[in-house]
Design a protein around this ligand. Sequence first.
Ligand code: ZN
Length: 396
Amino acid sequence: MMGATLVARPGNPARAAETRGSQPAQNETKHIYLSEFEPKSMLQVPETKIERAKFPVIDIHTHLSFSAVNKKGVPVSEKMKFLAKPSDVLAVMDRRNIRTLVDLTGGFGQGLVDTVKEFHHPHPDRFLVLTEPWYPRSNQPGYAQLQADAIEKAYQAGARGLKLLKTLGLYLRENITSGPLVKLDDRRFDPMWEACGSLGIPVLMHTADPDAFFLPTNRFNERFEELNNHPDWSFYGSDYPSKRELLDARNRVYARHPRTQFVGLHVANHGEDLADVSELLDRLPNVHVETAARLNELGRQPRNARKFFDKYQDRIMFGTDAVPPPYGNVTPQQVFGDKLYQIYCRFFETEDEFFDYAPAPTPPQGRWQISGIGLPDSILKKVYYENAARLFKIQI
Ligand SMILES: [Zn+2]
């Protein structure tokens, strides 16, 4: 019986078979490294090239700026780093019919003011900026009110919403970078959620991560290569809560603040389980979702995903998690550029089958391909811009 065994650990001796030619003799097993395995699909199916989105797009999930000083996953200074200039990204946006980018990680305090000045002020229709919590002060007395006031000030300075990275739940600790993890539904944040509700600005939350990131990095893990390459992306073990605990705490926050509009980023971080996301959306009308960096999940269950888009067509928004190069290069599924938008539009607009969800030699978020969901125009418009325009109160 001939066969090939895939190995991922360097130093496996079984290369002898290769030296005897490409066809191993009967009963011999040929070994190649998993990292070298780049199968080329023999499937011949139609490929639709989408050069431009059919309708204007608001990409509600991008990162054009980032906190400049981070310690153990927590931004500890107001200082910002800009990952691109507006002129670096506008040409791609114009070519692909991307009307507006929402820069989620706009910072807090002076950092937020600087980010708004850099992106939103010169091009108010093309860039929106969100603010972030003032975590370095989260262990100080009076933080709850200070944070609510900071949201109000950020809003006056031009912020159009609040963004939370997975910092809350997975990195922020009682003494900022040490001590027990701060719980997602900690009461000290209640005035912050309420301030967003009062101002009528949405809260966009990244909570937890893919299911596989909470499981051991072993041969049964469907994201083995990714976690093996980035061990710090694993939240298995240590003092991390389970993924279910994180999602439940997040959902309690959503439920406790019904007049605040929440967006569960990355398909509420449960694209693997659309039934679970559906349960959440059915239960809480103030919750919305977006698609960033989850085409791999949606596109491996295109029929299920299509039904999900039919049912929740008024609450799903276009997002990519785009990060400009070279910063985005480590995650090819989200490098800002023409290719990224071509792939997203192909997924939404066509019923093409079995294509790559990222411009990379091997699929970076699990070794599989995706199929498109071919949304009709009425739903496509909602997902591309109508739902986001309503949430951010902008005209398109
Ligand atoms: Zn993101």
